[in-house]
Ligand binder design. Sequence first.
Ligand code: SF4
Ligand code: SF4
Length: 335
Amino acid sequence: MSKNLLFNNSNRLYRILVRLNSYQKLTAHAISHGISLKNLAISQFPYLFKDSLEPPIVSLEFTNYCNLKCLYCTSSYEKRNKGFMSDEVFKKVFDSLKTMKPTRVQIVGNGESTIHPKFDKYISELSKIKHYVSIVTNGNFIKEDIAEKLVRSNIKLIDFSIDAGGKEAYETSRKNGNYDKVIENLLKLKAAKKKYYSDCVINIRIMVRPSQMGSYKKEMEFWKNYADRVMPQFLVHINNTEYSHDLFKPIQKNQNSFPKCSLPFKHIEVRHNGDVLLCYHSAYQLKNEAGLKIDNVLNKSITELWNSNIMKQYRNAHRTRKEKEMPICLGCSGC
Ligand code: SF4
Ligand code: SF4
């Protein structure tokens, strides 16, 4: 199997088709919890719709500290300060979200959110004002009771990222990670769901490298024993980061072209210190950890940040293919 296979990360249709079964079920689940079909459709095919006046997905980085040191993690290339989201930033985010229409709130970022000292308080509060709160985790929980707390917080989707290739490959890629512990935590979640009659969905994202293309589907069958859904996630090299061993190479990098990106149409991310960037890729594209910064939630509401001139410029540039107006996107894998 050839290494460094080219991959078009911004090909939404391919990404949907390869995960169709899981997407259908996750879509039905999100709709049953108040997320509109339009919100979900804009996230996948933004060019078919007018720009949304509010972000369909708000991502929150509770922290950029992590208990693992994965080989391909971009966090190790960042020089930005490590920290935890403060109560002040959280309150601003919370107040902004309260005024917004139903939207999806995703707890994710370049760190492991569950290690935030106020993790359970924050997710419980968010779940009270937003119907669809989800989290992406490495599943190596440090706190023993986190599985129960996740389920009891009324969170709707728990996304586990697990590397393909079995225990040895997992623990090689995910330094400090423990494969058996991840399985144990999945079982704890399953038990907690049963105990509290929770309809929260546990989804496993199998992180697939080019060399695993021939074997990952069989492995997905194994993981179905531990989760409600299993889907592949192809590991793509991020521009200007060092580690590229056995990762997909973005086709745009190879062709020196601009992707058709959906990120500025569907997603806004608040970093732990309240900073909001055009997108997380902007930090790598600009080779500058500050990225293309829009402003900070301490100064502006999420809706104002979403409708800022920079966000509008990049949305319009992608929509009309005005490459000069999206200079930082050259060679990016997009999304
Ligand atoms: S779990 Fe995620 S944030 Fe933590 S080191 Fe691995 S890739 Fe990075
Ligand atoms: S840098 Fe441009 S192409 Fe890359 S993710 Fe951001 S908006 Fe999309």
